[in-house]
Design a protein around this ligand. Sequence first.
Ligand SMILES: C[S@@+](CC[C@H](N)C(=O)[O-])C[C@H]1O[C@@H](n2cnc3c(N)ncnc32)[C@H](O)[C@@H]1O
Length: 331
Amino acid sequence: MPALGWAGVARPAPVSRGVTYALASDAQPLHRPVMLAESLQFLQVSAGSVYVDGTLGEGGHALGILQQSEPDGLVLGIDRDPRSVEASRERLGHYGNRVMLVHGNYADMRRIADQRGVAAANGILLDLGFSSRQIDLPGYGLSFQRDEPLDMRYDPVGATAADFLNTANETVLADVIFRYGEERRSRAIARAIVNGRPIATTGQLANLVARALGGRRGGRHPATRTFQALRISANQELEHLSAGLAAATELLAPGGRLVVISYHSLEDRLVKEWLDREAATCICPPELPVCVCEHQPRLRSVRRRITRPTDAEQSSNPRSRSARLRVAERI
Ligand SMILES: C[S@@+](CC[C@H](N)C(=O)[O-])C[C@H]1O[C@@H](n2cnc3c(N)ncnc32)[C@H](O)[C@@H]1O
């Protein structure tokens, strides 16, 4: 595969850095990148190549890519959360012009790359969802572990989850909680929300759902699925994932790898369907006797089975437990 580069940017001087999983400046432990070794291996990270990290977070995976691609691998890192981009800038800034960090949406990665002179990428990583930082630090309103304003947006523009809860009608609320939370009792929860409005905080919502459903469910807080649904809805996560998969497929250079780590079945289903479709030689409806679509596959499956974190990673980082990694290669 030919080496790609930033257009018009001179190759940087070699730098050598140690592993830096230190504490963040605000003394919060950093997000631990999930399946880091597996991601680097599947991305085939090497010197002289260009990588897009579409979900930069705190830069854990990006740091691994920069270290493994020394002396001159390049990383374009994108995140919707401006606070995460700033945290990554502090952590990765010393890599100079080997790294470009952008506040943006990975669904727009082609435009973002194009504007920065990146015509194609040798590897693209999407590590979906939210980071530990966004759960642990105040201000995001993503979790029932802390009572604070019910916000849930990665990018602080547009409607908050509280805005949605306080204005949507009962049917829409039930649909969102059912579709994005796969919550069987969505109607009971929607009714309780409408009767309990206005809702301003995470604690208020968690208590209201717990009262509507009663008790814990298999060790999980009864509001877990409702919170997942509202987060997906507030951030339009599945719409952006569909657009991001399409953009990544177009941005990859021939032979380049796409690695996606998902954390729940709705995401993983979308990823699997996209990879299957892009690897297929025919996408005609099964009832057609002969192929008429002339579909050209753009991706090749690298490993049909999903990759899961090792037992050791799952026990040392419980947040990795639900992770599933899929990988494909651009034809
Ligand atoms: C699991 S974290 C990534 C952690 C990162 N790999 C690391 O090692 O630090 C997911 C990140 O994706 C970001 N994100 C979610 N949806 C996004 C989107 N559509 N575009 C860009 N970033 C997004 C979140 O703000 C969050 O920082």
